[in-house]
Design a protein around this ligand. Structure first.
Ligand SMILES: [Zn+2]
Length: 82
């Protein structure tokens, strides 16, 4: 079970799974997220050249099958950097 490490108000869906707040309106598009497995930081300013993500792509706009370019962790293993 994935756990939200950012305490950002994650909600649960009807099956009780955590739903991450990637679409939360209070998360700015410029928010930097980091991988909890390897500390890779996703900075929307630069995108992810490895994953062919263009610069200025907000983390919440990444496809759900996007993976950490360093360790292959899934989006749910990322948490917002404050
Ligand atoms: Zn990683």
């Amino acid at each position: 079970m994935a756990v939200c490490l950012a305490h950002c108000g994650c909600q649960r869906d009807e099956k009780g799974n955590l739903v991450f707040m990637h679409s939360s309106p209070d998360v700015p598009d410029s928010a930097v997220y980091f991988c909890t497995k390897c500390d890779y930081k996703y900075n929307p300013q630069f995108g992810d050249p490895v994953g062919q993500i263009q610069s200025r792509t907000p983390f919440k706009k990444l496809s759900s099958d996007w993976k950490c370019p360093i360790c292959g962790a899934s989006k749910s293993d990322f948490t917002i950097s404050r």
